[in-house]
Design a protein around this ligand. Structure first.
Ligand code: F6P
Length: 501
């Protein structure tokens, strides 16, 4: 892509320079390549760029007018052009626009929060002890991540999640629960998702068709009513909130049940603070812009095929799963907004897991494999438990890995040689609170959007997932003994399936 073309020259210029060499010749980058927004600190000093390459990246940010792009999003312009929609998840977490459409969205969001609070008060006054949340993709991953990360011992409700259409998920989840003391929420923006409707029916029946403890979140009130859930227990969703950006909306109902309504609102406030920063901070002082430009550098200048995300906090172990949808469903595109082919590589494969467990699984490949994998390391400085030695060991490992991957270590023995040159960003939260987690997630959302602007693609549609759904719907009758498949291989495989099950 022409906008990114100049980056190759910088990558070639730096090809013979190690990360350790970059830091040795410019030691103040350890401080200069770091930014803080409230409880969130980011350090980019161990990336494989120097100041001249960064200048080129920020020049691209200026030319692409990232600041104006942020404003367009907050003001509710139709930036999801292929679906003709505004993208206003930012209106769910603060007053950040004077545009009428954004203010209207904000008013609807505030009203929905009020209703959510009332429903929660009703459940708190009941004998319900357990909540089952049924949804998939954006209607599951965000709530699951945040409920798991921020749950406190002694919470009023235990919150469980069913997403997979595999019946084992429903069976295992329901096995330990009592239908008399369980409420269920069916969450689906469209209320047309196969997995969610099948699992919703299982739970509906399991509740002995007593829909008094059945709740819904959806844009489609009619489908919810047809399913048997009344309007007074249905929370709204809107077209202007994308599924993978929806944990801040009524889709966050299970979060609010798991962590309490006040802490849910703190989560929104944290995200709102990041929105204000991303929209207002100058480019060079803007964490979201640094993060997005770093992603572009690693993908388009260094040609990294994958990107790891490595939270060093057990409570954030679901973050990689969540980010896989956020980043890859948003940026897994190969055409520009106008339909023309993209001539740069877009999203790498995102993957990861929580440290220190992952050090004993895939870190060998990170240190000595033939592929260089850029990584985001995420740490939490203040422990929320009394095991101080463990926490010191955790932080020592976090620091050690970023240093060892970047610097490597020479040896005469090739088996014991560490090449180094493995770039990483370090993101630190002072403590894991609703506010800091809200900021962290919103940072990734903004980085994703800015990357999409730099690549000229639409981050907010997901047509790629439709084809598989259509084929599955066509094949379902054949699995139930009716009809045949058109495709030769599928036909043969169906014979095998049906003969042996
Ligand atoms: O995976 C495709 C997708 O459309 C996601 O974008 C979405 O989050 C998920 O399905 C669930 O959709 P819904 O909330 O409509 O059930």
């Amino acid at each position: 892509m022409s906008a990114l073309a100049g980056l190759d020259a910088h990558a070639q210029r730096l090809a013979g320079t190690s990360i350790a060499g970059l830091i040795e010749t410019d030691p103040s980058r350890a401080r200069d390549f770091a930014l803080r927004v409230g409880p969130l600190y980011a350090n980019f000093a161990r990336q494989r760029y120097d100041r001249a390459a960064l200048d080129a990246l920020f020049a691209i940010a200026e030319r692409t007018n990232l600041k104006a792009a942020m404003r367009r999003q907050l003001d509710g312009e139709i930036i999801n052009a292929t679906e003709g929609r505004a993208v206003l998840h930012t209106a769910l977490r603060g007053d950040n626009s004077t545009a009428a459409v954004a203010r209207d969205a904000r008013a609807q969001a505030v009203a929905a929060l009020g209703r959510m609070r009332e429903l929660i008060a009703g459940l708190e006054a009941s004998d319900v002890t357990d909540i089952v949340s049924i949804g998939i993709g954006g209607s599951d991953l965000g709530p699951r991540l945040v409920a798991d990360a921020l749950a406190l011992p002694g919470a009023r409700f235990r919150v469980h999640f069913i997403s997979n259409v595999d019946g084992n998920a429903a069976q295992r989840t329901l096995a330990g629960l009592d239908p008399k003391h369980t409420a269920a929420i069916v969450i689906s923006k469209t209320f047309g998702t196969q997995e969610t409707l099948l699992n919703g029916r299982i739970v509906h029946e399991w509740l002995q068709d007593d829909s008094r403890r059945l709740y819904a979140v959806s844009t489609n009130a009619q489908r919810v009513a047809d399913f048997g859930i009344p309007a007074e227990r249905t929370l709204p969703m809107w077209d202007w909130v994308g599924g993978r950006y929806s944990l801040w909306s009524s889709v966050g109902f299970p979060i609010a049940l798991a962590i309490g309504m006040d802490r849910f609102e703190q989560l929104l406030a944290g995200a709102g603070a990041m929105d204000a920063h991303a929209a207002e901070a100058p480019l060079r002082a803007n964490i979201a812009v640094w993060h997005a430009l770093t992603a572009i550098w690693n993908r388009n200048a260094l040609h990294a095929a994958t990107q790891a995300v490595l939270p060093y906090d057990e409570r954030l172990k679901l973050l990689p799963n969540y980010l896989q949808q956020l980043v890859m469903e948003s940026l897994g595109k190969s055409v520009h907004v106008d339909g023309s082919a993209v001539d740069a590589e877009t999203v790498p494969v995102w993957w990861g897991g929580a440290g220190t467990d992952t050090q004993h699984s895939f870190f060998q490949a990170l240190h000595q494999g033939t592929q260089v994998v850029p990584a985001d390391f995420i740490g939490v400085l203040q422990a929320a438990h009394p095991f101080h030695d463990n926490h010191a060991a955790l932080l020592a490992n976090l620091l050690a890995q970023t240093e060892a991957l970047a610097n490597g270590q020479a040896s005469d023995d090739p088996h014991r040689r560490y090449p180094g040159g493995r770039p990483s960003t370090l993101l630190l939260l002072d403590a894991l609170t609703p506010q800091s987690l809200g900021m962290l997630i919103a940072l990734y959302e903004h980085s994703v959007y800015l990357q999409s602007v730099l690549w000229g693609i639409n981050a907010f549609d997901q047509f790629g997932v439709e084809l598989g759904k259509q084929v599955a719907n066509r094949l379902l009758p054949a699995l139930q003994g009716e009809g045949e498949a058109d495709d030769t291989v599928t036909r043969e495989l169906l014979r095998e399936f049906n003969a042996r099950r």
